[in-house]
Structures are given as structure tokens and as C-alpha cells.
Design a protein. Structure first.
Length: 333
């Protein structure tokens, strides 16, 4: 029913999303851009190819004014007066394609972006647990005979349908991530060899070059846990560890973006986060929404299998629908 209502409302949106967009700022979120098959993310992220990405950028540029980090910060503080509604482009997770594919496109178009990274994965020292899950699913898709022990490890009935096996692997949480290492042996997958050969993440040298080119490199937690599942102490430990890394390497340490979502994150975390006077703003990814924590801004996931135009129009319609029943603001307690 929700999708049906949104589709009806979207049909009445004007072509000028810059006028109908309900906020003064637009915060698009991507992870990777590639024309290649990327086994480590293809089963968990519906990333766009270069043509789709450029079409999105051209659409944004038509209706919004792209800004860099200092300009966005000044905008929030009322010190920057743009000619029209603004857009701050963001990426998460620090994948190599940002350096090899996205950055050259952005340089050519004169667009800034900030990439929120996990230091645990820089230089391909490790791999995020969801990427490990994607590699395992890719291996299952090759049609090989699956070791019966795999089903036992996952507490599944022997030889359930393949999709049920895939769904169970996709549902492995950060707290269960050791299971993925056990499964790797049974599914003949070597994460270290894959990382060495494919280099899915950015290197320290690449991060420094990106900084020199004017792009932002900032905080996305140490190793990508879901914050709503952590205690306050755990939330601050992974956050502070990340900021220490950023400062040591002269990266942007004024902002933070939640891995996964900020759903379930209480006000007490933000109170602790903003005690650090260096940190001015934070970012979630709940789409076009307001937040009771005024310094926490929600970004719009753009890897939803649709064009940027379609996503923005649907988000606009959904915001207006939620506004009618006073549900367009995330309330922290």
C-alpha cells in the first residue's frame, strides 16, 4: 500500500525537483561505481555503472548546487548563501573504485565528494563482514557441491533450497561475523588471497592522493558495526578509534557517518559524540527525513535499482506523505 501511494504522489511531482524537494539540502549516498562485476559487493550493494552515475550527477547538477565540506558546514551555520538548494555528495566504505572510477568523473565535472571510511580495511588488511558474505554467496552461485557441514554451521536443515541458504548468510550479523571465517574454509573461499589480488579497498597512498586532490576522507567507524546493536561504550570505542586514525593521517576529522543506519541510536550517543568540539556534524542514511538531533543529517541511498531522478521524486513524495501524519522526523530518546 505504501509503495502504491508513493507512486501516485510521485506522478504529480514537477520536473523541477529543485523546487519540489522539501529540504534546502540533498545528500546523495553511494558506495561504489563500476562497470565490472565486483563479487565482494554485488550481492549486498546494487552499485551503479559509470553511465548511470554520470546521469545521476547531471540530474543533480541541473537542480542543485554541489558544495564541498567547508561550504556545507558554513551552510548549516548560516554563513553560506547558495544560489539554489545544495547537494553534498557522499560515499561510504572506502572502496577502490572511488579512486579509479568515481574521482576522475568528479574531477572532470568539478564536483566534490566525501568518502567515509573504515580504517580496519585500509590497505586491504581485512574485509567488511558483509563483503565476506557476498563472496560466499558468489561461490555458492557457481553451482559447486556444498559441504553438508555448511548447513550444520548455519543451523539449517540439510540441503534446504539455495535461496534459504543465501538468505541465512546475508542475515549474519556483525556479532556473528566469525561464522563467515568458518564458512570460508568449507566453501573454499580465501578472503586474504582475494584481498591481495583484487584490492577491494583504498590504500593509504590513494587516500592521501584523494585528500591532495581536494576530496574528503572521514569517519565511518573502525570496522562497520551496526550502531543500534552496540552499547554506548562500544559505540564510542569504535568511533574514537576511528577519529584517532584520521587525525594521525591528516584526514577530515570533523564529521562522522553511521555504518548501515542510525536506527536505534539514542540521544546519549550524540551527546557524547559532540562533546568533541572538533566534530560538527554527523550523517545517517534514512532518506529524506529530519532528525530531532539537529546536527545529525539523513542521506539518501542512491543504489536502489532506480535512477537518481526516480529516487529523489519517490523520497520527496514519501516525505510529504509522512509530514501529513507528523512522522517525517526521527525522534531520539
Amino acid at each position: 500500500m505504501k509503495d502504491k501511494i508513493i507512486n501516485i504522489l510521485t506522478a504529480f511531482e514537477t520536473d523541477d525537483i529543485g523546487k519540489s524537494f522539501p529540504l534546502d539540502y540533498c545528500l546523495p549516498l553511494y558506495h561504489s561505481v563500476s562497470d565490472d562485476n565486483l563479487p565482494h559487493i554485488r550481492h549486498v550493494i546494487n552499485y551503479k555503472n559509470t553511465k548511470q552515475f554520470e546521469e545521476d550527477l547531471d540530474y543533480f547538477s541541473k537542480h542543485f548546487q554541489f558544495v564541498n565540506w567547508p561550504e556545507f558546514k558554513d551552510f548549516v551555520n548560516g554563513c553560506f548563501k547558495p544560489k539554489k538548494k545544495i547537494a553534498l555528495l557522499t560515499f561510504d566504505d572506502g572502496f577502490r573504485e572511488f579512486y579509479e572510477v568515481a574521482a576522475p568523473i568528479l574531477e572532470r565535472k568539478g564536483i566534490y565528494a566525501c568518502n567515509f571510511i573504515n580504517p580496519a580495511f585500509v590497505d586491504n588488511k581485512d574485509m567488511m563482514f558483509r563483503c565476506k558474505a557476498s563472496l560466499l554467496i558468489d561461490e555458492i552461485g557457481k553451482g559447486k557441491t556444498i559441504d553438508p557441514e555448511v548447513y550444520h554451521i548455519l543451523n539449517l536443515e540439510n540441503k534446504v533450497e539455495k535461496q534459504a541458504l543465501i538468505n541465512r548468510i546475508l542475515n549474519i550479523s556483525y556479532q556473528e561475523k566469525e561464522i563467515l571465517d568458518i564458512l570460508a574454509e568449507k566453501l573454499e573461499t580465501d578472503y586474504k588471497i582475494y584481498s591481495k589480488e583484487q584490492k577491494p579497498y583504498l590504500s593509504t597512498d590513494e587516500l592521501k592522493i584523494l585528500t591532495e586532490k581536494g576530496f574528503g576522507i572521514s569517519a565511518h567507524s573502525w570496522d562497520h558495526p551496526k550502531y543500534g546493536d552496540l552499547s554506548l561504550e562500544q559505540q564510542m570505542e569504535t568511533t574514537n578509534r576511528t577519529f584517532d586514525y584520521l587525525k594521525e593521517n591528516d584526514f577530515l576529522h570533523e564529521t562522522f557517518a553511521f555504518p548501515f543506519t542510525d536506527f536505534g541510536v539514542k540521544k546519549e550517543f550524540f551527546d557524547e559524540l559532540f562533546k568533541n568540539k572538533d566534530i560538527s556534524l554527523s550523517f545517517g542514511c534514512a532518506g529524506v527525513k529530519l532528525d530531532s538531533v539537529e546536527r545529525n543529517f539523513q542521506r539518501i541511498p542512491m543504489e536502489m535499482g532506480e535512477s537518481g531522478e526516480r529516487i529523489l521524486k519517490k523520497e520527496t513524495a514519501y516525505f510529504k506523505l509522512k509530514k501529513i501524519i507528523n512522522k517525517n522526523t526521527i525522534v531520539r530518546k
